[in-house]
Design a protein around this ligand. Structure first.
Ligand code: BES
Ligand code: MN
Ligand code: ZN
Length: 494
């Protein structure tokens, strides 16, 4: 990832391969754009008109400088309506610059000056956009001449406005780097094919993250899970040759007054089990996205050191059919004793998550947040760019949604409607793991709520935005790492 620092030269002095300057709607000049045009010997308006560039958000135009400026090329970046340009837009512009940098090794820019807010917020948003937008998953490309070569930008100079404090900006850029690295880790793990991952490989990853930090780690293997009555993990894992694990990562700073548990769904492949999927199975290597988010978030926590204690719990198994797999109609016992009738083996996420929630309560967490690619129904409800937030505490839900918005992610509050609780009644057990035909995201959340009980708890259903069909500014095609930014923001504001 490129290095980012503040520069004090003007756009007419800085010598970089690519100089990125902002332009607002109707071609209005943002910081430095008119100076650049003047040096090129043309009015900005004429230059833009000739290329039919309007300055709408997301437009970009590269022009060579032919030696009229110390920099080799100028990239005009459309930011749209000036009144609307805030951190989110600056973050997106950062990603756009990263994607449009081509062969440039050095980039200079005034774009962070173009938004409303303070310098550190805008510079870190820009940096985050650059880092997140430079992400590539090319581990499986045998040759480097794939269609999208890794971005070659190695340093970016943000041209400072008057009064900007270089130290504060550099600190906030470092933080952006930590968050982007954590997101990249979540993306890498989630993009990894199921053939090359397993509950044990996630445990190995957790060990690697904890090593050399203040985080301690404990892993329960299948024997310990069996002995401990973790019937959800054992049941879901039955059909697979790769045995389930429960991973526990503990971060406990001195003087912490609050203890938060994060629980990630880690289904390394969701075939559906005997209720085998007839649709969408090709993407089910991403069914451990929640686990990836918790691992990434723990990595960020080790660096950012929030004041609260955090236990990261990952409940991980592979959901496969097989001679030993769960049958529809089976009854299993979740940790702590509640029994569940398995109405559908493809509703496996709530089975492993409920083991995790009970475990978090045993660890005396004051507050639990679980994150899971839980239901296709949530994707139907909110589309592929927003995750659903359910909680037994409205204030917590609101706080998480605000954190998401600050961090550049999108979330929506969904109801835990008690009227639907009877949908998950079972004739023969305490609960059934499927509801009726409608409201599937809600009945899944109500199932988890039974285990959270009175403890403050929120459930993030990321089934939609955990992966993207296309590159979209800082969000890449494939696994997105959605949730890391929200959780890190929320945790560090506790
Ligand atoms: N992992 C899936 C949910 C999912 C679907 C995630 C699409 C991402 C994209 C989950 O385990 C599942 O299969 N849920 C079922 C539940 C149903 C059987 C009650 C679903 O949503 O169809
Ligand atoms: Mn499933
Ligand atoms: Zn699943």
């Amino acid at each position: 990832m490129p290095n980012i620092r503040l520069a004090t030269q003007g756009v007419d002095q800085l010598e970089v391969d690519l100089l990125a300057v902002p332009v607002y709607k109707d071609g209005a000049a943002g910081a430095g754009a008119d100076v650049v045009a003047k040096k090129l010997g043309i009015k900005l308006k004429d230059l833009l008109d000739q290329s039919r560039f309007k300055g709408d958000f997301g437009e970009a135009l590269t022009v060579p400088t032919y030696g009229k400026l110390p920099s080799k090329q100028v990239l005009f970046v459309g930011l749209g309506d000036k009144a609307e340009v805030k951190a989110r837009e600056i973050r997106r512009a950062g990603a756009l610059v990263a994607r449009r940098a081509g062969a440039a090794k050095s980039v200079g820019t005034t774009i962070p000056q173009a938004g409303k807010g303070n310098a550190d917020e805008l510079c870190s948003a820009f940096a985050e956009g650059v880092f997140l937008g430079s992400y590539r998953f090319d581990r499986y490309k045998a040759s480097s001449n794939g269609d999208k070569p890794k971005s070659s930008v190695d340093h970016i100079e943000i041209i400072a406005a008057k009064g900007w404090d270089a130290k504060r900006v550099s600190k906030s850029v470092d933080r952006a780097k930590v968050i982007a690295d954590a997101t990249s880790l979540a993306r890498d793990l989630t993009n990894t094919p199921a053939l090359d991952k397993s509950p044990q490989s996630l445990a190995d990853e957790a060990r690697r993250i904890a090593k050399g930090t203040s985080i301690t780690i404990k892993v329960l293997d299948e024997k310990q899970l069996e002995a401990g009555g973790f019937g959800g993990l054992i049941g879901v894992g039955r059909g697979s040759r790769k045995p389930p694990r429960l991973i526990e990562m503990t971060y406990k700073p001195a003087g912490a007054k609050k203890h938060i548990a994060l629980i990630g769904k880690g289904i390394t492949f969701d075939s559906g089990g005997l209720d085998i999927k007839t649709q969408g199975m090709d993407w089910m290597k991403t069914d451990m996205a929640g686990a990836g988010v918790v691992l990434g978030t723990m990595q960020a926590i080790a660096a950012l050191k929030p004041k609260v204690a955090v236990t990261g719990i990952i409940t991980t198994a592979e959901n496969m059919p097989g001679g030993n797999a769960l049958h529809p109609g089976d009854v299993i016992t979740i940790r702590g004793g509640k029994t569940v009738e398995v109405g559908n083996t493809d509703a496996e996420g709530r089975l492993v998550m409920s083991d995790g929630i009970v475990y978090a309560k045993e660890k005396k967490a004051d507050l639990i947040i679980d994150i899971a690619t839980l239901t296709g129904a949530c994707m139907v409800a909110l589309g592929s760019k927003m995750f659903g937030v359910f909680s037994n505490n409205d204030r917590l839900a609101t706080d998480l949604i605000s954190a998401a918005s600050r961090a550049g992610e999108m979330a929506w509050h969904l109801p835990l409607n008690k009227e639907y609780r009877k949908d998950i009644d079972s004739d023969i057990a305490d609960l059934k793991n499927i509801g009726g035909r409608y409201g599937g995201a809600i009945t899944a959340a109500l199932f988890l709520a039974e285990f959270a009980g009175e403890t403050d708890w929120a459930h993030l259903d990321i089934a939609g935005p955990a992966r993207s069909e296309s590159d979209d500014y800082e969000v890449p095609k494939g696994s997105t790492g959605v949730g890391v930014r929200t959780l890190v923001d929320w945790l560090t504001s506790q």
